[in-house]
Design a binder for this molecule. Structure first.
Ligand code: FAD
Length: 454
């Protein structure tokens, strides 16, 4: 597939167009590269093509798209399923990294391939911040917002909610810009677009004045406390995460990330809903894990981008040898959902590294897991034991069924398309939008066909 030795008429036209686009832009190149691993970051998913382009401009992206029959954009390979896969070719976006702050507009225009951590350092130096970050700063900006990647905080939308404009190259090689202000009818479908509309070249992102954060960890929060206090606990600071192994009726750790206003770092109480302030730095998976690569704790103040993620950019995040799963349920049913999953604890724990529970504010992005639902997300970092995980996931999904769970697009799940369809009220509008920009399904890989497209 996508091999030029087998050109039909359509291929010929596309190849000619690609050459024209290339020569028009002064020797632009979209050469294939060979140094991109053919598996995801944790080595648990293997890609089905060896053809990878790494363009540096939108024109090169157009030329690369025009040179093959089917293609998918590839960020930093941190997804756990086939969402970024292709049997034909991938366009690595890591060459698209320009950054331009617009202080008057409170925005930054950034290349889709820049890593969050690199972007954060640049904008912080100029006095700006993003409103939130996920657990790791290692991922690309476009990969992050294409799958509705999120951090925590009852008032914090996922990172995609900060996008003001999306610039992408569609299947016909044309460059489009859709904006929140001018394209209200399509923009909400074009941000969390799962790579289906084309290759994002640039994103314009909302900025906030830079701020500091202090992070503290508490140990052993009884699940009983969640029955009446879940929203208060999760809303006790700017960003709060619970970590559990599902045993002993408790969250083993509570990570609290407080915004520090005016340099005031208040002493935290020794107790938090019965949990005790940790005396040493901890890895979320437990005290047996080396916490060197984790962001600083103990209430020390640091810049937003060195506290909101759990892991430091210069270290391997999480465990490195893992598979991930995550389900989003309405926050109002959060406690019941946690208790429902807990009933499976003895099936879950043997295969689990750790579970994290977070909150995400509702948004209006059609394919966001938090679409019009203030959400509680129950995440599983699994040991790399695929067969056991695929065995237990249907049981977890059945337990969560009363709460209409939406799986994280970038993680492993087994929910069938008909159930996913029922959980996304604007899915048909999204499919129509995909048809508009990709009428021949050139960005439609097996994952999209199996779980999303009609
Ligand atoms: C250790 C670890 C921790 C994580 N923590 C979190 C977390 O805290 N919160 C959370 O929500 N998720 C988390 N994730 C999941 C991660 O955020 C998503 O997998 C994210 O999509 C990865 O971005 P990426 O750059 O690696 O994209 P890839 O995995 O390479 O691609 C993901 C999708 O984005 C598309 N895409 C990438 N670039 C472009 C582009 N330029 N144009 C169009 N489409 C594009 C791809 O086609 C694909 O569909 C974590 C993952 C790991 C490995």
């Amino acid at each position: 597939m996508g091999d030029k030795s087998n050109l039909d008429r359509r291929d010929f036209i596309r190849a000619t167009a690609a050459v024209a686009a290339t020569s028009m832009l002064n020797n632009s190149t979209f050469a294939e590269i060979t140094n991109v691993p053919r598996e995801n970051w944790s080595g648990t998913y293997h890609f089905h093509t060896n053809k990878v382009f790494q363009p540096r401009t939108a024109a090169d992206v157009a030329a690369a798209i025009g040179s093959v029959k089917e293609v998918r954009a590839l960020g930093t390979r941190h997804s756990f399923n086939g969402i970024a896969d292709s049997t034909s070719a991938q366009i690595s976006t890591l060459g698209l990294k320009d950054v331009q702050v617009n202080a008057a507009e409170h925005t930054v225009k950034a290349g889709g391939g820049i890593r969050l951590g690199e972007l954060a350092e640049i904008i912080d130096k100029q006095g700006w911040a993003l409103h939130n970050l996920p657990s790791l700063p290692h991922i690309s900006l476009a990969g992050c917002i294409s799958t509705a990647t999120h951090g925590s905080g009852v008032k914090n939308g996922n990172i995609s909610t900060a996008i003001r404009e999306v610039e992408f190259v569609s299947a016909d090689g044309k460059l489009h810009t859709l904006s929140r202000a001018k394209d209200a009818d399509t923009f909400p479908g074009a941000v969390v677009a799962l790579g289906a509309l084309g290759v994002i070249t640039n994103l314009t992102v909302d900025l906030h004045p830079r701020f500091d954060v202090a992070q503290s960890v508490y140990e052993n929060l009884s699940f009983d406390q969640l029955q009446h206090n879940l929203v208060d606990i999760m809303g006790a600071a700017y960003s709060v995460s619970l970590f559990t192994h599902w045993q002993n009726n408790r969250a083993d750790q509570v990570w609290i990330k407080r915004r520090v206003e005016n340099g005031e770092n208040h002493q935290l109480p020794e107790m938090f809903y019965g949990a005790t302030l940790a005396k040493k730095k901890l890895h979320p998976a437990g005290p047996q894990m080396d916490a060197t690569g984790c962001t600083e704790q103990g209430g020390s103040i640091g810049p937003w981008y060195e506290r909101l993620p759990h892991f430091k950019l210069a270290f391997t995040p999480s465990s490195g040898h893992e598979i991930q799963t995550e389900y989003f349920v309405p926050l109002e049913h959060g406690y019941e959902a946690i208790r429902a999953v807990e009933t499976l604890r003895d099936r879950i724990t043997p295969h689990l590294i750790v579970t994290e529970v977070r909150t995400i504010a509702a948004d209006d992005l059609w394919m966001s897991m938090a679409y019009q639902r203030p959400s509680l997300a129950i995440h599983f970092t699994w040991k790399p034991e695929e067969a056991a995980i695929l065995d237990v996931l249907p049981a977890i999904e059945a337990k969560l069924a009363p709460f209409h769970p939406r799986p994280h697009w970038a993680k492993v799940f087994t929910l069938p398309k008909q159930e996913i369809t029922a959980r996304y009220p604007r899915l048909n509008d999204f499919r129509t939008l995909v048809k508009k920009y990709d009428p021949n399904g050139e960005f439609a890989n097996d994952f999209m066909k199996k779980s999303v497209l009609a």
